[in-house]
Design a protein around this ligand. Structure first.
Ligand code: SF4
Length: 480
């Protein structure tokens, strides 16, 4: 077995990259997802190590000496960070010319030829389902025999046949063993989750076909393949023992509630463990299921509302009616389940009026916290092709720029009737209108008054959020 390092490389300061983050950007508030996509193959390679440089605040200079200690480095990349990651790969190669370097992630899975061309330091890139691809590389198999690999043969880029979908997800070992070995749990912050939190995936893929959504269209697919209930519950029992300081466990599957009977069975298993847990959910979970969740330790669901305008929900193939979202929100409020709502401005069909409509809708359904993103056209998605065909893509020569130099998200889409500047500006306005309301301010203040830890945290986040809004406003003024 080759001595292998799995590396989430350093990038922009505070940049939450791709090894666990769906939308890679520097956040409003310092946040990091666990690098679970790298932890999964790391768990298959004995003696490997996982280094999450952004979460550790590590610089390129600090990472480079690691090149001396390993035979193989597997880096995770994303579309916004690819150019920077390619430079890190080149520097690692210069430091140790004998090193083998590969990259994984949606960006290289979607366009392996171009990725290999633009990053000459790479020996290979992997397509989707890259867990066992990495394992076979580390075991020293001939590159020609490894499914899912794109590599170089006599200066030519050669793409092997794709790797088959992993049907038996229980073949993936528990990632919490890798977390325990290599990560510092306290490094991982998500504003709406109790700190410290811990997240894992219990399955891969999402049944829905939302046109903007990256992972199901690139690395996950549209079949929700799941680990067995026993496999999940036993990992959580282990996690509880390993990390008694964890205050909340999070299931970061695209849509944990896609398989309702299984979600209910897992909930009952978690209830016996007595842990607090949360998950990603679609806004169509039946009330009876919500009751089971509530009775078994669930605290919060992350729900993608996206828009309050029905036509936009149709345009993005959300498969959801505004009325269902209202009903779901009402049920959660009544049962005492919190919601972190995610919204997007700038989706196809957006106008100044629909933005106002969505802000009003957000206030009406009133999730505990919310996150507003700019519509992002990632290569490999339906939205990207649609934007390209219609001439909506900004800086098309650069593949539609998704983040600015400092890593904050910029609008990659512009419409004849709604410019990318207007979309960009509407995001700050959305946050202000939502949070600067007497009811919301009181909700947050009363929570702070009951808990000193929460007080310190919310004050820190408040300062970061104010800085973020100021930085955005400065960008708007400079652009004007
Ligand atoms: S339901 Fe959520 S995870 Fe699934 S495709 Fe839509 S946005 Fe993506």
């Amino acid at each position: 077995m080759m001595k292998t390092l799995f590396l989430n490389p350093p990038s922009f300061e505070g940049f939450d990259g791709g090894a666990g983050s769906r939308y890679q950007a520097k956040r409003e508030i310092r946040s990091f997802w666990y690098p679970t996509w790298l932890a999964q193959p790391a768990a298959l390679v004995p003696g490997s190590k996982l280094v999450d440089a952004p979460a550790r605040d590590m610089t390129v200079e600090q990472v480079l000496p690691m090149a001396d200690d390993y035979e193989l480095i597997v880096m995770h990349t994303s579309t916004p960070s690819f150019r920077s990651d390619a430079k890190v790969a080149a520097a690692l190669r210069e430091r140790n010319p004998k090193l083998k370097i590969g990259m994984v992630g949606a960006h290289v899975a979607v366009d392996p030829y171009q990725s290999m061309k633009l990053a000459p330091a790479l020996d290979w890139v992997a397509g989707s389902e890259f867990d066992f691809t990495c394992k076979e590389v580390a075991e020293g198999h001939d590159y020609a025999d490894i499914d899912g690999l794109t590599h170089r043969v006599n200066g030519q880029i050669v793409r092997n046949k794709p790797r088959a979908l992993l049907e038996n997800m229980d073949e993936l070992p528990h990632v919490v063993d890798v977390y325990k070995r290599d990560l510092v749990i306290e490094d991982y912050f998500i504003g709406y989750l109790n700190h410290p939190y811990l997240s894992v995936y219990t399955g891969r893929g999402c049944k829905s076909r939302c046109t903007f959504c990256l992972w199901p269209q690139t690395i996950g697919g549209h079949v929700y393949r799941t680990r067995s209930v026993e496999h999940v519950v036993s990992e959580m029992a282990k996690a509880k023992e390993y990390f008694p300081q964890v205050k909340e466990f999070f299931f970061d599957d695209d849509t944990f509630t896609d398989d309702v009977p299984r979600a209910e069975a897992i909930a009952k298993g978690l209830g016996k463990l007595g842990i607090t847990w949360s998950c990603n959910a679609k806004g169509n979970v039946p009330r009876k299921t919500l009751e089971i969740f509530k009775d078994n330790g669930m605290r919060l669901m992350v729900c993608g509302y996206e828009s309050g305008n029905q036509q936009i929900l149709h345009n993005i193939k959300k498969g959801m009616r505004v009325e269902q979202l209202r009903e779901f929100s009402k049920n959660c409020h009544e049962l005492g389940l919190k919601i972190h709502g995610t919204f997007i401005v700038g989706l196809p069909g957006e106008t100044k009026e629909t933005i106002k409509e969505t802000i009003a809708f957000a206030k009406e359904v009133n999730p505990y916290t919310l996150q507003v993103s700019l519509a992002a056209a990632y290569p490999g998605t339906f939205l990207y092709n649609q934007a390209k065909q219609n001439g909506w893509l900004m800086e098309e020569d650069k593949g539609g720029r998704l983040v600015a130099e400092e890593g904050i998200q910029v609008s990659s889409i512009s419409y004849p009737h709604l410019s990318h500047e207007e979309i960009f500006e509407s995001l700050g306005e959305f946050y202000k209108q939502y949070y600067f309301r007497p009811g919301k301010i009181w909700e947050i203040t009363s929570e702070m008054l009951t808990d000193w830890e929460m007080m310190k945290r919310r004050l820190r986040e408040g300062v970061e959020f104010a800085k973020f809004l100021t930085k955005r406003e400065n960008r708007e003024q400079n652009a004007a």
